[in-house]
Write a protein that binds this ligand. Structure first.
Ligand code: GDP
Length: 443
């Protein structure tokens, strides 16, 4: 079961209960059974699942049946899922501008290390840091070529050697060179395999001493599920890394298990790898992760993603952070989403959109988006710059727009529903910005 399916199953169980007339203990137990079965299938540790079940039951049982109870069920499922994946540590390394910040990567071969190094270099580059890559994997033939290829694609300067066999020397040379050239983020990719495990760990320690990284990041393939805990412990003993990136959360059946297992060890998870593409790297935030998993969207993630792409954002981002979100902002966002890559990836970030495009492949989904854009393009300026209220009880206006865009009134209504949802999220973000808090819970 991939993570998206896990989310759908949990959301299905919660909505089923919330929609039903009776919310008695039996119905609650059935919902919990379904949620727990889904988590166990995602390879979440059975003890963690039991404890989640107990906590939700404890919180909900204490409240009298009624609408209040339904809200409590939604929020406690959300909160307990967040607790399950929350390492409870401040996790993001904050590099300083104007100096060389060294990041060393460790992890087994095949975990996605080289790919992630490049993704992270690009991530920092997009945020204004002068970034580069050093290949210290002299063990595997072709490792340097692979890094070179990735780096060239991402337009990131790199360093490596075809002849030097000492990884400690190569990493030191690379770091020294880039330090002199005033690079601000220097990422060192190390080898992930040796004839013997001890040699691999010894080499990591030596490179660590040579380049003195500001942060060491371990890359872990999330498809190993809860075995991630043992693997991270083994590395921790030697490499003493500060944070983890979990890769392949896009396709893996066991991603939920890996995230919760690592979180249980209180090791910071900094990023998730969500695909093979350069942009498939997401900053990990427990609340936002669960919100997205449950189809509640991740507008803040979308904002960051869009900003990192340096697309023309006009006023949309400013509006979102101020809590004002017009129909024109929606139109701009839809246009940008179409430029941003596969719809299946982006839809999850937008509240409601993943449901709207559910079951569609990327092509069908893109067509749906295009029609939404046509609808916006058939509106006049006053309508576009409005908060959407001018459409309420205005069937002739909707018919005019449907006709003008070659769509149906139903589809116009869909666009307005989508707008309402995003405007609501924008308001919440603005409120939270004021209060200095994270994303709100469900309910
Ligand atoms: P390394 O040996 O640890 O350096 O691993 P690589 O960077 O060569 O990655 C191994 C394979 O995993 C490659 O085919 C990558 O494209 C793929 N990969 C890496 N990260 C991800 C990810 O987040 N999602 C998916 N689907 N594939 C990934």
């Amino acid at each position: 079961m991939v993570l998206a399916d896990l989310g759908k199953r949990i959301t299905g169980a919660v909505s089923g209960l919330v929609r039903s007339d009776v919310v008695d203990d039996k119905a609650l137990d059935n919902m919990l059974k379904e949620i727990c079965a889904a988590l166990l299938e995602a390879d979440v540790n059975v003890k963690l699942v039991q404890s989640l079940r107990k906590s939700i039951k404890h919180t909900v049982s204490a409240s009298p049946p009624g609408p209040q109870r339904k809200r409590l069920i939604q929020s406690s499922v959300f909160n307990e899922l967040v607790a399950l994946v929350d390492p409870q540590t401040d996790n993001l390394f904050k590099p300083k501008k104007g100096r060389s910040n060294i990041i060393m990567f460790v992890g087994l071969q095949g975990s996605g290390k080289t790919t992630t190094c490049t993704k992270l270099a690009r991530w920092y580059q997009a945020r204004g840091f002068k970034s580069c890559l050093v290949c210290a994997d002299t063990f595997r033939a072709g490792a340097f070529d692979q890094l070179k290829q990735n780096a060239t694609k991402a337009k990131i300067p790199y360093y490596g050697s075809y002849t030097e066999t000492d990884p400690v020397r190569v990493s030191k040379e690379g770091v020294d060179k880039f330090r002199k050239e005033k690079f601000e983020i220097i990422i060192v990719d190390t080898s992930g395999r040796h004839r013997q495990e001890e040699e691999l760990f010894r080499e990591m320690v030596q490179i660590h001493e040579a380049v003195k990284p500001d942060q060491t990041i371990m890359v872990l393939d999330s498809s190993i599920g809860q075995a991630a805990e043992a693997q991270s412990r083994a590395f921790k003993e030697s490499a003493n890394f500060g944070a983890i990136v979990l890769t392949k959360t896009d396709g893996s059946a066991q991603g939920g298990g890996a995230i919760s297992a690592v979180a249980a060890t209180k090791t910071p998870i900094v990023f998730l790898g969500t695909g093979e593409h350069l942009l498939d790297l997401e900053k990990f935030d427990p609340k936002r992760f669960v919100a997205r998993l449950l189809g509640m969207g991740d507008v803040q993630g979308l904002v960051e993603h869009v900003q990192s792409l340096k697309l023309d954002q006009k006023d949309a981002m400013k509006h979102i952070s101020e809590g004002v979100f017009t129909v024109r902002d929606l139109r701009d966002q839809l246009g940008n989403i179409m430029k941003m890559g596969p719809l299946s990836k982006m839809a999850g970030m937008i509240p409601g959109l993943s449901q709207m495009t559910q079951g569609m492949d990327d092509e069908e989904g893109s067509n749906k988006l295009k029609r939404m854009v046509y609808i916006c393009d058939s509106m006049n300026d006053r309508e576009l710059d409005s908060d959407g209220k001018c459409f309420v009880n205005q069937p002739t206006r909707m018919t005019r727009i449907a006709r003008g865009s070659g769509t149906s009134v139903r589809e116009v209504e869909d666009v307005l529903t989508q707008h309402r949802m995003m405007a609501g999220m924008a308001k919440n973000i603005a409120k939270m910005k004021k209060a200095g808090a994270g994303l709100p819970g469900m309910g």
